[in-house]
Ligand binder design. Structure first.
Ligand code: C5P
Length: 222
């Protein structure tokens, strides 16, 4: 079987990573979470206390950063300058600032370059915002996953609750809306469905149903 590239894009908290991971597992492909890369840059920028509006400061950060993704049985791990930051990049602080950092062309250029190298040999399921439009425009399969804001906030709410937090549903809705707006309105490769992507509205679907559907789409195409 010929190896292909599968691009999964969509707004925040639409279930992309959960589903992408499962699809990759089934196909024995590598799952690549590109959001984690933008989060890692944001984490370092926050730690260094740089002005997130400054293209120049961020240019320096991406020039010097050593960003490593490794793929283990427990999923993708992320290292920044040798330190494992897999958990840290999920913090509220990073989540609330990542869209600002990701809007900078200089940051995107550096990360997209790495992402294209990882996709070159195919056998990847890559999720993000601009994979089908910009990172792998010739991906064999493109999925654009959407779900209502209410549903996405509820999924995040349950996830956070299960982790032992006391989440606030309205706050989650606000954050999701804000992040989507920021990602859709940026000038450099904004969040948008590629013309040739298949749109899946997962609002009333389970993770298993979405995974099955995507695997069927892949089987039909390959
Ligand atoms: O997918 P995740 O929620 O982890 O992504 C975090 C943020 O990283 C997004 O809100 C977006 O600002 C940015 N991102 C991006 N392009 C990608 C992946 C993520 O701009 N391909």
């Amino acid at each position: 079987n010929k190896k292909i590239a599968i691009a999964i894009d969509g707004p925040a908290a639409a279930g992309k990573s959960t589903v992408a991971k499962k699809v990759a597992e089934q196909l024995k492909y590598t799952y690549i979470d590109t959001g984690a890369m933008y989060r890692a840059v944001t984490y370092l920028a926050l730690r260094q206390g740089v002005n997130l509006a400054s293209e120049e400061a961020l240019a320096k950060i991406v020039e010097l950063i050593e960003l490593e993704l490794s793929h283990t049985e427990n999923g993708q791990r992320v290292r920044v300058n040798g330190k494992d930051v897999t958990e840290e990049i999920r913090s509220d602080e990073v989540t609330q600032n990542v869209s600002e950092v990701a809007a900078h062309g200089v940051v995107r250029e550096a990360l997209v370059k790495q992402q294209r190298l990882m996709a070159e040999k195919r056998g990847v399921v890559m999720d993000g915002r601009d994979i089908g439009t910009h990172v792998i425009p010739d991906a064999e399969i493109k999925i654009f996953m959407i779900a209502s804001v209410e549903e996405r906030a509820e999924r995040r709410y349950n996830e956070n609750k299960a982790k032992g937090f006391e989440p606030d549903l309205d706050q989650l809705k606000d954050e999701i809306r804000k992040r989507d707006q920021h990602d859709q309105e940026r000038i450099v490769s904004p969040l948008i469905k590629a013309d040739d992507a298949i749109e899946l509205d997962t609002t009333s679907m389970s993770i298993e149903q979405v995974t099955e559907l995507i695997l069927e789409i892949i089987q039909e195409k390959v």
